[in-house]
Design a protein around this ligand. Structure first.
Ligand code: LLP
Length: 442
């Protein structure tokens, strides 16, 4: 087990002169008093820092690049504002994400529309709003986009999503680039598929894309994928005489959930990508494309924390002690979905030299599997204690639910001592806002 100092040795955390734990210079206890729990807190400083780490790493290389952020990790209007200011483009994967971005005034030409089954309505919405690039996932979608573009009398830039047939070392639910995947066009079919792309009057070919998976620590799969994808570019050039001018390598870089996690740095990731794309392009005698990447998790995961209050404590002597919090799988479905592991501290007991014990943090949902952290070492806890769980910025709010009709938590943005709401806590009225009662009950 790790000692206390190591536990709070995380980005954005500090201890003020009164011995209170702060996140981005905001006292966590005060945030909990002001915004109540459960509550997500995001550090604007960390989000911007991660964005700049990517941009600076690419700027240090002699390559043209475009940084996208994958909205599925966490997208709200305030996040769109940050991305806009940081000069990022945006990957959206649904009409809802597109709507959020547009309502925040995000420039449509910097939006890339992903998804493996975009509806006709979503495609129409995107084309009418003149978004920059449609990512094409299948032949079905290519035809649909072409037809809709024709009906709107427009021409659309597309990037083809290819499944490169490469396995990654990550949870099987978050692998996407392997042969047996529902995403993208299989790499061996892609050269022929290009014939179809080029025959479409309302479509212009802007490049290729692959995405291997998420929470990746072993970067060698990118090396393999780049090799295969550049070979594909060469085939496309030989068969159809077309250069591939944009090469999108997806997202996937892993982050630190546990103190013992050691993900590659953003700089190492970018350098590995730039080195390998340059080498393969040179070997295949092709023109260097623009490099695009679309990370989500590595921008926001460590920028987010969740605050919970401990309520019921159940001890089963000799077996387990459960500390039950006021949230659970509704605000963090990752443990039950992927057996994801987390660490946490008791904020109000951070300085007490109370003896520690091993406990299990459980949620309040009606599911035995609603366990947030198994076997965590904490000082002896009592009802009312404040628990902060680290690294909950990516795929938490965006995957939250209303199971048991629990209202979704508030989301707060903090920045160097300032704090403000970016998403209000849901109310009971919000919970029933879409319910309607059939005439015959009235
Ligand atoms: N691009 C595409 C096409 C993607 O499908 C994804 C993630 C990304 C980029 C961003 O990947 P990232 O940099 O965040 O790893 N809910 C799961 C993760 C699902 C990822 C889906 N696609 C989780 O909580 O672990």
């Amino acid at each position: 087990m790790i000692d206390l100092d190591n536990r709070i040795n995380r980005e954005g955390f500090s201890m003020n002169n009164s011995g209170n734990l702060e996140f981005d210079r905001c006292e966590i206890i005060k945030l909990a008093q002001k915004y109540k729990t459960p509550c997500y807190v995001f550090s604007e400083t960390i989000i911007r820092k991660k964005c700049r780490q990517y941009v600076n790493a690419f700027s240090g290389r002699n390559v043209t690049f475009e940084m996208l952020y994958a909205g599925k990790a966490f997208l709200v209007k305030a996040m769109c504002n940050i991305l806009k200011e940081e000069g990022f483009s945006l990957d959206v994967s649904s009409g809802g994400e597109l709507y959020t971005a547009l309502s925040a005034g995000f420039p449509p030409d910097k939006i890339f529309f992903h998804g493996n089954n975009k509806s006709k309505a979503e495609i129409e919405f995107a084309l009418k709003e003149k978004i920059g690039t449609m990512m094409v996932d299948s032949e079905y979608e290519l035809d649909l986009i072409d037809q809709i573009a024709e009906s709107l009398n427009t021409k659309v830039g597309i990037i083809l999503r290819v499944a490169p047939g490469i396995d990654t070392h990550t949870h099987k639910y978050i692998q996407t680039g392997q042969v047996d995947s529902k995403f993208g066009i299989s790499i061996d079919r892609a050269p022929d598929f290009m014939k179809k792309v080029l025959s479409k009057e309302h479509i212009s070919y802007n490049g290729l894309h692959f995405h291997l998976g998420s929470q990746i620590f072993v970067l060698s799969s990118y090396v393999l994928a780049i090799k295969e994808m550049v070979k594909l570019m060469r085939k496309i050039k030989d068969l159809w005489g077309i250069d591939t001018t944009n090469f999108n390598l997806g997202g996937g870089l892993g982050v630190k959930y546990l103190e013992s996690d050691l993900p590659p740095s953003i700089e190492d990731f970018v350098n590995l990508i730039a080195d390998n794309v340059e080498n393969e392009i040179r070997k295949n005698n092709l023109i260097m494309p623009k490099i695009l990447i679309e990370p989500g998790r590595s921008i926001v995961a460590e920028a987010g924390i969740t605050l919970y209050t401990i309520g019921n404590i159940k001890e089963i002597p000799g077996i387990r002690k459960y500390l039950i919090v006021d949230g659970g799988m509704t605000d963090n479905p990752r443990p039950i979905l992927y057996e994801a592991k987390y660490e946490a501290v008791l904020v109000n007991k951070i300085n007490n030299n109370l003896p520690e014990e091993v406990v299990t943090i459980a949620g309040k949902c009606c599911e035995s599997g609603d366990i947030l952290i198994k076997d965590l070492k904490l000082p002896s806890a009592s009802p009312g204690d404040l628990l902060v769980v680290f690294t909950t910025g990516a795929y938490h709010y965006s995957m939250s639910s209303n199971y048991n009709l629990l209202p979704r938590p508030a989301v707060v943005l903090v920045n160097q001592g300032k704090d403000d709401l970016i998403v209000k806590r849901e109310t009971y009225a919000d919970i029933v806002r879409n319910d309607t009662v059939p005439e015959w009950f009235k």
